[in-house]
Design a protein around this ligand. Structure first.
Ligand SMILES: [Zn+2]
Length: 384
């Protein structure tokens, strides 16, 4: 039997629409139609009581949640726990993200994601491997002792995921252009991050398959008067995508507003860069043997280096409205449609349109999540 979601403010590809019903069958959106369509009368009807109905949020950078750090638990159950923690905040698609680690951990992470997708763990779309192909000069909280360049064996490993999408963050100055071309030709999505590259380095990488920039402004060479750096290259190139952490601390809201004026909005994606503390209320966790403290939604090590966030996607969307002055509709697209496009999933996800997977979020005006659907399976928000 099909289901009909009615009485919502639906963000479609056209506009925010009311008086529309979203029909779901077999995990897909059957149609977006008028509420008096006869197919609504024959459906199981869910009255959303005036809530927003948005495309489910897609987080391309999530290190952990629910007390689990993916690096520590690169398993199907670890992925399931991370997804469950973030789903409460509207995330219906995500890439579990490994920070720089030994290649044996990368291999385990890839195997776990492949198994999780085959086991239909809700929301897992692939893997994000952030390092260890990074610049020592821009290491952030990553352990530089694990850094290395990608050789042929690494190219094989990084392109070995059988199901789902692989996103790799690397520093182009430590990866030869041929390696980038090889990875891109095998379907790996490449993003520059933790990089001290010059504008020329990035320009070359863009011509060899580089498609995006990881946490724009953080851990990359800045825009200066005579050397545009990675930031300048990211804002100058019209097509590539930029992940942004909108927590009010990783990047000044003024700087993000300038970035939004420099480049099309459909090239920005909200990410959480979230750590295990999301969904737990805990104030401390361990990251590769170091103690990380959680303060007001951000995470720092004992030296004060930023170490991810306690951000959720719902909070990121809310922040994008409050700090960047964006309309909810545009902020929501930065959390759904544009990351889906970046991952090459525009036919499948990030939109409320016939034929797409029924991955949705219903929320109130304050972005409090009331319910999510992942491939048509509904989960109501808990009362707490
Ligand atoms: Zn990072």
């Amino acid at each position: 039997m099909h289901e009909a979601l009615v009485n919502a403010r639906v963000l479609t590809q056209v506009a925010v629409e009311t008086g529309r019903a979203v029909l779901i069958e077999g995990g897909r959106i059957l149609a977006v139609t008028d509420e008096d369509d006869p197919r609504v009368a024959s459906a199981r009807v869910h009255d959303l009581q005036g809530a927003w109905l948005l495309p489910g949020f897609i987080d391309t950078q999530v290190n952990g949640g629910g007390g689990v750090l993916f690096n520590d638990e690169p398993t199907v159950e670890g992925i399931r726990a991370i997804g469950a923690a973030h789903r409460r905040f509207g995330t219906t698609g995500f890439l579990p993200t490994l920070i720089s680690d030994d290649l044996s951990v990368v291999a385990r992470g890839i195997a776990a994601v492949d198994a999780a997708i085959r086991a239909q763990v809700p929301g897992v779309l692939g893997i994000h491997i952030e390092g260890p192909f990074l610049s020592r000069a821009r290491k952030g909280v990553h352990d530089a002792a694990r850094f290395r360049g990608p050789d042929d064996a690494v190219v094989e490993l990084l392109s070995s995921l059988g199901h789902g999408t692989t996103l790799v963050t690397l520093a182009p100055e430590v990866a030869p252009p041929e390696a980038l071309s090889q990875l891109a030709s095998r379907g790996v999505v490449l993003s520059a991050g933790h990089t001290n590259a010059t504008f020329a380095d990035i320009d070359l990488a863009l011509r060899h398959g580089l498609k995006g920039f990881t946490h724009l402004f953080n851990a990359m060479s800045p825009l200066t008067g005579r050397e545009p750096g990675v930031v300048g290259a990211a804002l100058h190139d019209p097509e590539s995508y930029c992940g942004i952490i909108v927590d009010g601390r990783h990047v000044s809201p003024v700087v993000l507003q300038i970035a939004l004026r420099a480049k099309r909005h459909d090239r920005f994606m909200l990410v959480t860069d979230a750590m295990p503390c999301v969904g737990t209320g805990e104030h401390e966790f361990m990251l590769q043997g170091r103690r990380i403290s959680v303060r007001d939604g951000y995470c720092v090590d004992d030296a004060g280096t930023l170490a991810g966030t306690a951000l959720t996607m719902a909070h990121a969307v809310s922040n994008a409205q409050r700090l960047l002055g964006l309309e909810l509709t545009e902020a929501a697209r930065m959390a759904s449609e544009y990351p889906a496009d970046f991952l090459g999933l525009s036919q499948e996800l990030g939109r409320i349109a016939a034929g797409c997977r029924a991955s949705l979020v219903a929320c109130d005006d304050n972005l409090r999540v009331r319910a999510t659907w992942v491939d048509g399976v509904r989960e109501d928000a808990r009362a707490d």
